[in-house]
Design a protein around this ligand. Structure first.
Ligand SMILES: [Zn+2]
Length: 341
């Protein structure tokens, strides 16, 4: 049986060689005739040079499809190692490239990388992704929704889907407008630093309860969630900022992220108060916030200041002051992730 097997294998190899050889010959003949026809049409040019050019096709051998902002990637081509390849990117806002072909992501967007060598330019597209993704929830909306929803998964306690929010004692600006203004400015500031940002809403006239907002965040692929609000109190002298977070005794999703949320709350409040000079009330445990309880990531709610306090209200709604506010928030987020300022 064994002997028969060996014989049959030998037979197959012989057959294989017999059939494969003519195919190779045919391919070579084809290539030769092509070269012949090219050289006939190109009589005046230097034949040697033409042959070299057509033989070498400049190409990338190693490129990234995506690259995170702040990360580096060394592109490779098939040019000889001592050759000078000229690299460039289509838009330096999104990424830069060194003379040696090291691409560095800067902010979310797409760049075309070009490389030139031996009179040939080749290109590839690279998608720059956020170094981290931040979900921002601008509190409230134009119309309150006082129908109720459970404050956490499986909870029998219910609260309004979306309350009305505060109104500026001096400016008359409603909280929903203030929160969206700050959120959009924070988004721009974060994107400049290489973060990807997703907003729960970009308009005033939406109908989004707190569960809907948390779920949108859960589906966004974000690393952290920042909820933007402003405070209000019966006494106009109440002032200062606080950051609310859920503790480890929280029985809902938020409980799992208590440690990270507390860290985020601390960093965010410290840097926010540092940049703005707003009085620091402190970080506060809250396990009754629907939008936090349903969130599956480190989540905090910042009360930027008191809109019921005329002085603070004017500050919060002042364009120059808002730059300090967003700067402080960006610094806090950077500090949470361990990025240096
Ligand atoms: Zn609010």
């Amino acid at each position: 049986m064994k002997q028969f097997y060996h014989l049959s294998m030998l037979f197959l190899i012989v057959i294989g060689l017999t059939f494969s050889c003519p195919i190779r010959v045919y391919a070579t003949e084809n290539a030769t005739s092509n070269t012949d026809s090219t050289s006939t049409t190109d009589v005046t040019s230097d034949n040697t040079t033409t042959d070299t050019d057509s033989a070498f096709v400049f190409a990338f051998t190693k490129t990234p499809q995506t690259l995170k902002a702040t990360k580096k990637y060394s592109l490779k081509t098939n040019a000889p190692s001592d050759a000078i390849v000229t690299y460039s990117v289509s838009n330096e806002k999104y990424a830069t490239i060194t003379k040696k072909g090291v691409l560095k992501g800067k902010r979310v967007g797409t760049v075309t990388v070009s490389a030139t060598y031996a009179g040939q330019t080749i290109q590839c597209k690279v998608k720059i992704k956020g170094k981290k993704t931040i979900y921002i929830d601008p509190g409230h909306q134009r119309y309150a929704d006082l129908s109720t929803e459970p404050i956490g998964p499986g909870s029998s306690t219910r609260k309004e889907k979306m309350t009305g929010g505060a109104t500026g004692a001096s400016t008359g600006i409603p909280e929903y407008k203030f929160t969206l203004t700050i959120s959009k400015k924070l988004k721009t500031a974060l994107e400049q630093k290489g973060y990807a940002v997703v907003l729960s809403r970009t308009k005033h006239n939406v109908k989004m309860g707190n569960i809907a907002r948390a779920k949108k965040g859960n589906n966004s692929g974000a690393d952290i969630c920042i909820r933007i609000h402003a405070d209000s109190f019966s006494s106009s002298s109440a002032r200062g900022a606080s950051v609310l977070y859920a503790s480890s005794s929280n029985p809902y999703y938020a409980g799992k992220y208590a440690k990270k949320s507390k860290k985020l709350a601390t960093k965010l409040l410290d840097e926010y108060c540092d940049a703005t000079g707003i009085y620091k009330r402190g970080i506060v445990v809250r396990n009754d916030l629907t939008g936090t309880n349903w969130s599956k990531m480190p989540t905090v709610l910042i009360e930027c200041g008191f809109m019921s306090n005329p002085t603070e209200d004017r500050k919060l709604n002042n364009t120059d002051f808002q730059k300090k506010m967003t700067k402080g928030m960006v610094n806090g987020i950077d500090a949470y992730f361990g990025y240096t300022k």
